[in-house]
Design a protein around this ligand. Structure first.
Ligand SMILES: C[S@@+](CC[C@H](N)C(=O)[O-])C[C@H]1O[C@@H](n2cnc3c(N)ncnc32)[C@H](O)[C@@H]1O
Length: 278
């Protein structure tokens, strides 16, 4: 690990949580603009084992583990949702739009909207998805969604809530969710106990008129996906411009990075939350 990179990590951890999030957002701007990863469909850690159908279906066959994480959040974990005939679906932090395509496969008749704060991601995503008439992308922050109250039947999100901060993320998602609608999202933290995160999620749900249906620890599946994906990711990172390589390694959680070590030491937690709007 480079000294510069270690210094950056140490400096970043001294910042208050809100500034750490802003710092991470800025890194995403650079990654989406400069990195070869912008040619991908997803920007998440993945979930193993990969879904067999997605592994054989273009464009998901390029990143089957990442598509599978989305499919878990959208489909596998929402099986108990009371009503799953969703007409209006929102992806918060849609990135390059891969998750919206997974949603279009599961719910072909739904209107699917994606929002991301990152203009570079939004313009790539918009160009890529213009062939799908029912998919729309907007540049906006999850902290201030540009939608009226109760606009969506289903809101899903992969890997964005931890950047936004759980309280703001849940409050704003709950506002734009219709009564009876479902909010399903995944996120990850370091040095936070699962039992405590269950309490946090339940408290936030209560405050915002939601009922938690399930909270699932998916750390093992995410770490297995990262380990399985090392060769593909290293090949991509080789093409990232020098100054950003450390960040790319960090984002990709490669062996040798602090994040990978956090997984090895059991300090990293990934989990998914499914709630219903009361
Ligand atoms: C880990 S990436 C996940 C991208 C996508 N969900 C995927 O799985 O491929 C996190 C995403 O959250 C977006 N993001 C970060 N802060 C945000 C905010 N305040 N509002 C909306 N999107 C945000 C980033 O631009 C980035 O696209």
């Amino acid at each position: 690990m480079s000294r510069l990179y270690l210094l950056k990590r140490r400096f970043q951890r001294k910042l208050p949580e809100s500034l750490q999030r802003k710092f991470q957002e800025a890194i995403y701007f650079a990654l989406y603009r400069l990195s070869p990863a912008r040619h991908q469909n997803f920007f998440n850690s993945g979930f193993s084992p990969a879904d067999e159908t997605l592994s054989n279906l273009s464009p998901f066959d390029q990143e089957p583990l990442q598509a599978t994480l989305y499919d878990q959040v959208l489909w596998s974990l929402t099986r108990d949702a009371e009503k799953r005939e969703w007409n209006d679906i929102l992806d918060i932090g849609c990135g390059l739009g891969g998750g919206m395509q997974v949603a279009a496969r599961r719910f072909p008749d739904a209107r699917i909207t994606g929002v991301d704060v990152n203009g570079s991601a939004v313009s790539v995503c918009r160009k890529r998805l213009q062939v799908f008439p029912n998919l729309t992308v907007k540049q906006a922050s999850a902290r201030e969604l540009p939608f009226a109250d109760a606009s969506f039947d289903m809101i899903f999100s992969v890997g964005t809530a931890s950047y936004v901060g759980m309280p703001a993320f849940v409050a704003e998602a709950a506002r734009v969710l219709r009564p009876g609608g479902t909010l399903s999202f995944s996120l990850g933290y370091t040095d936070k106990a699962f039992a405590n995160q269950i309490r946090v999620a339940n408290a936030l749900a209560r405050e915002n008129g939601l009922r938690v249906q399930q909270i699932v620890d998916i750390t093992k599946n995410v770490f297995a996906a990262i380990a399985e994906d090392v060769p593909r990711r290293l090949a991509l990172i080789d093409r990232v411009p020098g100054p950003f390589r450390g960040y790319a390694l960090d984002w990709a959680d490669m062996p040798g990075t602090m994040r990978y070590q956090e997984y090895v030491e059991g300090r990293r937690l990934d989990y998914a939350v499914v709630c219903e709007r009361i």
